[in-house]
Design a protein around this ligand. Structure first.
Ligand SMILES: *Cc1c(COP(=O)(O)O)cnc(C)c1O
Length: 342
């Protein structure tokens, strides 16, 4: 069976570069980026920074390294970052900032929409006292678990942090989804943050790559850190060209992913075996809860129809992306409904 026979709903990271993107990569002009010779990387860094309303950008191999570089540029040994208990920088990056940088993370409980209560942010800032780490930064995330944290809420969280003298970083791995849902520009969805990490390899569909954006001196410092972390790359314009292609051709199509997620969410039927958490369908992801132990049976039933999912014992996250067609979503709906009604 070829990969194209499979409908993969595990993540929007599973997309494969289409022919147009491969052509763009093949014909990219390149140079050694560590020697500042790669014009394609430089133009991508400038382009993303401009879209985000920041002075400068830095291309990195992954979102994790982009966050790591960003956070370690903001903070040093003995300092502390406030973030959400389920945000990627705390939950899914192996505590890299602590392991590699001696920086502690203070996870805060999240509200239902994924946001952090501004009062809780302020209360978590430590007083200037030798018993405590020095609280330096608030690290936000949007979109979070498919949900969009509204612009005003983001502004309020950032203001709470600033009133305590903190800087603000935004993990915008899926910022484009959050912006689209709110009909905001990328800048409008992130202006409240000093620095932003933006992924090209999620919904935008490149094989790899993220851009960290922020003030010029900050990015210069982050560039040195990137080299230290082993992220200085050579003729990487070949990948940056995929980023340019994604901004030209895939960014305008993100709305299709949201529309398909909406279709899934609206047409899956709730039964004893399945409940769609419809309030969470805001971007390209649909969350479904299952009875305890229900996942294995669903996974097996769908695998028979070449549909691939991933989930936990009692829930599953269905992610729509660029490689899907409308007819794929129809197949998924009928396969899941069939299973749920049995
Ligand atoms: C995927 C993701 C990242 C990290 O990206 P990688 O490229 O997988 O390292 C960071 N933050 C969020 C919210 C993500 O979804």
């Amino acid at each position: 069976m070829s990969r194209s026979d499979i409908i993969d709903l595990r993540s929007d990271t599973v997309t494969r570069p289409d022919q147009g993107m491969r052509d763009a990569m093949a014909s990219a002009s390149v140079g050694d980026d560590v020697f500042d010779d790669d014009r394609t990387v430089q133009s991508l860094e400038a382009r993303v920074a401009d879209l985000l309303g920041k002075e400068a950008g830095l291309f990195l191999p992954s979102g994790t390294q982009s966050n790591l570089c960003g956070l370690l540029t903001h903070c040093g040994r003995g300092q502390e970052i406030l973030t959400g208990e389920h945000y990627h920088v705390f939950a899914d990056e192996a505590r890299g900032v602590s392991v590699l940088g001696g920086v502690s993370l203070h996870p805060l409980a999240q509200d239902k929409d994924g946001s952090l209560d501004p009062a809780r942010i302020k209360a978590a800032v430590k007083p200037d006292d030798s018993h405590f780490p020095e609280t330096k930064l608030l690290s936000l995330e949007n979109s979070h678990w498919g949900q969009v944290i509204g612009q005003q809420r983001c502004i309020d969280m950032a203001s709470a942090a600033r009133s305590e003298g903190l800087s603000v970083h935004l993990d915008g791995a899926r910022l484009a989804n959050a912006a689209l849902e709110q009909q905001l520009s990328l800048e409008g969805a992130s202006f409240f943050a000093d620095t932003v990490s933006f992924c090209l390899s999620k919904g935008l569909g490149t094989p790899l790559g993220s851009v960290l954006a922020g003030p010029k001196p900050f990015i210069a410092k982050a560039r040195r850190l990137r080299k230290m972390l082993g992220g200085g790359m050579r003729q990487v314009g070949i990948v940056a060209a995929a980023g340019h292609y994604a901004l030209d051709h895939h960014l305008p199509k993100l709305a299709d992913d949201h529309r398909r997620a909406r279709t899934l969410s609206d047409t899956l039927i709730d039964t004893d075996k399945l409940h769609v958490m419809r309030e969470r369908t805001q971007t390209n992801m649909v969350y479904v809860s299952l009875p305890k132990g229900g996942y294995k049976s669903l996974e097996k039933a769908l695998a028979k129809q070449n549909i691939v999912i991933t989930g936990s014992d009692d829930s599953v996250r269905l992610v729509c992306h660029h490689d899907h067609k409308d007819v794929d979503i129809d197949l998924v709906v009928s396969a899941i409904n069939q299973w749920a009604e049995k």
